[in-house]
Each structure stands twice: as structure tokens, then as C-alpha cells.
Design a protein around this ligand. Structure first.
Ligand code: SAH
Length: 265
């Protein structure tokens, strides 16, 4: 990575799920090289400020405004790092920046934009549980802020019916209290009641909390805005262990599919 602040640069940096050990050295290098740090104030607090660096914290909901602000500063010659939790490209700031570039002035297209990947919440949560994402899986955001709720349910039930393990982001928040309950209700006719459901909250943070349930017993009130909900497929297995939490994993091999659309032509 080269540092040319006089020319203007933009990094979009994934900080990982929380623990410093889960932030990549490439992310740390970009954060150190930046003259300006832009992001949701809570995430910016995770980045140690070096002398001369300026922090531009903003509220959670204003992604596009924040992206334009960052692009404007980079176009003016600053070296700007936009931060996201987890991976910056998964339900996060990288898409907001590219939306702004596409709709913005031509000068923004000339900028050198580097997306620095991070460990996404689903990978950190899966690693704590065992290997639930070991076969085909699907990541979905349950937020209906930027897509209609019927589309959320359509994708969710289609992915479950197709046999994907489901990683649910934005499962709950104070502003979206009922959506996870409705999502679990929509899955109950599609998946067996014994399907494992894991609630992984604040993974890699000091207050990390991981609990296992089944689709029949899962309580949506268990999730908050820092929870990743992982729902197994029919193939996902639980390995019970004496005096310890079970391992959850999905084997690498899938059984033949009996659906009509699966038949060889
Ligand atoms: N870009 C982020 C996701 C942002 S969406 C990533 O790749 O992880 C915000 C959602 O991510 C939260 O509602 C929650 O579902 C999940 N999340 C973020 N950090 C988490 C953590 N430490 N533990 C569990 N889930 C987390």
C-alpha cells in the first residue's frame, strides 16, 4: 500500500467484529496512513487516533451523506479512511460509497478507492460455533429500511427451502422489534422444528454471548442490534459434548435433491 496524501485517497476499511486481534494488518495500515477517519461514531471509537488525524463521526443512518463527505475530502486531496464493522462490503459502507461515486461528479471516478476486507460477523460467529457455514449458505439482512418486507420474507423462505444455511444480519433493533419473530414464523412451515438456531451477540467483544436453540424453541427477543442469527439447514449437525457447549457444523457433502427442478435433463 502506498501513501500519497497530496493526491487524495480513499480506503473503505472493515474493522472486523470487534476484537483487535480480528482486525487485519492491512486494515491497521490504512487506518494509520489516513489523515481523516469517517464513520459511525461507535465504530470510530474502536480506532486509536494518531496525532494530526481528524475524526468525522456521524449517526448510524446517514451512510450516503457520510460517503459523499468522504469522497469530497478525498477529492480535495485528503487521505480518507471510511470504516465499517466486520467486512466493509457486507451490508456496509462500501456499497454506499460506490452508489455515491456512480451518481456523483466525474472527479470522484478518478479517485483511487481501495476496499480493505475484514472478518464479517457471520465468519466470527460461525468460528465460535464450529463450522455451520461449511456447505452452501446465504447471508441476508432482515432490515426493511432499504427493501420491502415482503421481499425479505420471499428471499428468506426461498433460501431456506433451497437448503441454504442462513446467516441473518440486522435481525433486530429498537426500531425493528417484530421482524425476527415474523421471519422465524415464516420459516416454521419450511424447516423442521429441530433445525438449529444460534444467536451470536457481540462476537469477539468482552460481552460476547452465544446461545443455541431450535426453530421450535427460538425466542426472537434474544436478539438485539449486535446479534447475528444463524439458522441451520436440514444437513446441519449438533455434536453433543460432556460438560461443554455442543459443536454445530454442516458437513461438506449434500444428499441428492428430490425436487423436480433438480432432475437432470
Ligand atoms: N459489515 C458488517 C455487518 C453490518 S450490518 C459485517 O460484515 O459484519 C450490522 C449487523 O451485523 C448487526 O445487526 C449484527 O447482525 C451483525 N454484527 C456486527 N457485528 C457483530 C458482532 N460482533 N457479533 C454479532 N453480530 C454482529
Amino acid at each position: 500500500m502506498t501513501t500519497r496524501p497530496q493526491q487524495g485517497r480513499l480506503w473503505i476499511v472493515g474493522l472486523g467484529p470487534g476484537a483487535a486481534a480480528m482486525q487485519t494488518p492491512q486494515a491497521t495500515a490504512a487506518l494509520t496512513a489516513a489523515t481523516d477517519l469517517v464513520g459511525y461514531a461507535t465504530y470510530l471509537e474502536r480506532v486509536p487516533l494518531r496525532p494530526g488525524q481528524v475524526r468525522h463521526g456521524s449517526d448510524n443512518r446517514v451512510e450516503l451523506e457520510r460517503a459523499r463527505h468522504a469522497l469530497g475530502m478525498a477529492a480535495a486531496g485528503r487521505a480518507v479512511a471510511v470504516v465499517s464493522s466486520g467486512d466493509a462490503g457486507v451490508f456496509a459502507m462500501a456499497s454506499a460509497v460506490f452508489e455515491a461515486v456512480e451518481a456523483g461528479p466525474p472527479a470522484w471516478r478518478a479517485l483511487e478507492i481501495e476496499v480493505v476486507p475484514g472478518i464479517s460477523a457471520m465468519f466470527a460467529a460461525a468460528a465460535r460455533l464450529g463450522a455451520p457455514l461449511g456447505h452452501d449458505f446465504c447471508a441476508l439482512s432482515l432490515s426493511d429500511n432499504l427493501k420491502p418486507w415482503p421481499l425479505v420474507l420471499h428471499r428468506l423462505t426461498a433460501a431456506a427451502a433451497a437448503g441454504f444455511v442462513l446467516a441473518l444480519y440486522n435481525a433486530a433493533s429498537q426500531a425493528r422489534p417484530w421482524q425476527l419473530g415474523a421471519a422465524l414464523d415464516a420459516l416454521r412451515p419450511v424447516l423442521p422444528g429441530s433445525t438449529p438456531v444460534a444467536f451470536a451477540t457481540a462476537v469477539s467483544r468482552p460481552d460476547e454471548c452465544i446461545t443455541l436453540a431450535t426453530l421450535a424453541t427460538a425466542d426472537p427477543a434474544r436478539a438485539d442490534m449486535r446479534t447475528l442469527v444463524l439458522i441451520g439447514s436440514a444437513a446441519t449437525r449438533t455434536i453433543e459434548r460432556p460438560g461443554a457447549e455442543p459443536y454445530l457444523y454442516t458437513p461438506r457433502r449434500a444428499a441428492p435433491c428430490r425436487a423436480a427442478s433438480c432432475r437432470a435433463t
